[in-house]
Design a protein around this ligand. Structure first.
Ligand SMILES: *Cc1c(COP(=O)(O)O)cnc(C)c1O
Length: 369
């Protein structure tokens, strides 16, 4: 069975985790947490990183830190993992679903302005499948309307626009280190920011609202969103190899592209000019528009053959949890979802696996004719 993704340990993961066990520093109060944060700061070229228990709490921490509160509205793309909208709802604010761009599948900057109201406080651009959003256009809208930007970089650690890494364009960037992301800590997340005042707020809110220099004194209400030393230990080892992880994703992407481009029945995610994707999950649109049943049949048939392909995220507007937050007819999202499939993308995948996966997919598509 070739799964859609699986983590890879290339170096010091075991050694560092064992160090936590041997020294009994297993909670969040061990020195791997600070080291992992420092490694991310250096890699992203950002002043501050605050690690969290997962990517969703990273989003919640960032939004809370910026003071987003009940009744505030936050722009969220209609195609993303549900966590982006869930984080907004968790702090009592209201997600406002924005249509995506047919070319890049990311939030369409031109569709944001019509959704703004006097209650809009922030935009969460999501760099889908590792592909950077149009940060220049989004930053301009935010500046013109005095809005915060929290970049959801869960799928895109290491992606760039120009010479800058994503996660450094907004007020904050948030990351996830779940086991299927570029690098993993099992579960884990982080917030990046260049704003030192906000950074100190995030530290306090991550740790129950206590002042770092005065424990058990609660400056403000807070959470426990801390990352454990064991998670951070794995993260430190993963960061030592991050360039190899990115290289491999890009190589796998080129293998798929070579085959599928020649076939001519597929379209691909466009990259904004000057941007560079980390190709988190190789994803493509079929020429065929499949209904849900047909899509599930395709995925099941491929699974029986031993290949785990993945459906695109369902557009949020059509799901019971988020249907109240739709403001237009999202036809582009719907079309992208009906045609989209993601392919196995992980470090140990071989060129021959890509050949087998695509050959079997072609056979199945022939049967549909
Ligand atoms: C994975 C992911 C998250 C959430 O990360 P968790 O660590 O699973 O909480 C948020 N947003 C997007 C776009 C993701 O892909």
């Amino acid at each position: 069975m070739i799964p859609i993704s699986k983590p890879k340990f290339l170096g010091n993961e075991k050694k560092y985790v064992n160090k936590c066990l041997e020294t009994v520093w297993i909670s969040s109060q061990g020195d791997f947490v600070g080291k992992f944060e420092a490694a991310l700061e250096e890699f992203l070229d950002v002043k501050h990183v605050v690690c969290t228990s997962n990517g969703t709490t990273a989003l919640q921490l960032a939004l809370s830190g910026l003071g987003i509160s009940p009744n505030d509205e936050v722009i969220v793309p209609n195609i993303t993992f549900g966590a982006t909208a869930n984080a907004v709802l968790a702090i009592g604010a209201k997600p406002v679903l924005a249509e995506v761009c047919a070319r890049t599948w990311n939030v369409d900057a031109d569709k944001i302005e019509p959704l703004l109201t006097k209650n809009t406080k922030a935009i969460i651009p999501v760099h889908l499948y590792g592909n950077p959003c149009n940060m220049i256009a989004i930053n301009k809208i935010a500046a013109d309307h005095d809005l915060f930007i929290v970049e959801d970089c869960a799928e895109a650690l290491g992606a760039t626009v120009g010479i800058k890494k994503i996660g450094t364009f907004g007020n904050c960037g948030t990351f996830s280190f779940f086991s299927n992301k570029l690098i993993t800590t099992g579960e884990g997340g982080a917030v990046s920011t260049d704003d030192t005042e906000l950074y100190h707020k995030l530290l306090i809110m991550r740790d129950h609202g206590m002042r770092p220099e005065k424990r058990y004194w609660h400056e403000q209400p807070g959470f426990n969103y801390r990352m454990t030393n064991m998670q951070a230990a794995i993260g430190c080892a993963q960061m030592e190899k991050i360039e190899r992880f990115i290289e491999k994703r890009r190589e796998i992407h080129s293998w798929y592209l070579d085959i599928l481009e020649k076939d001519g029945r597929f379209t691909f995610q466009d990259t904004e000019s000057g941007a560079s994707s980390i190709c988190w999950l190789f994803s493509s649109l079929l020429a065929n528009v499949l209904n849900d049943q047909e899509k599930q049949k395709l995925l099941e048939t491929m699974k029986i053959k031993g290949f785990e392909l993945r459906d695109f995220f369902y557009p949020l507007d059509g799901q019971p949890a988020f249907a109240d937050y739709s403001y237009s007819n999202y036809q582009i999202s719907s079309n992208i979802h009906k045609r989209g499939i993601s392919f196995p993308t992980f470090f140990d995948l071989k060129k021959n696996d890509v050949k087998n996966i695509t050959t079997n997919l072609f056979k199945y598509l022939e049967l549909l004719k």
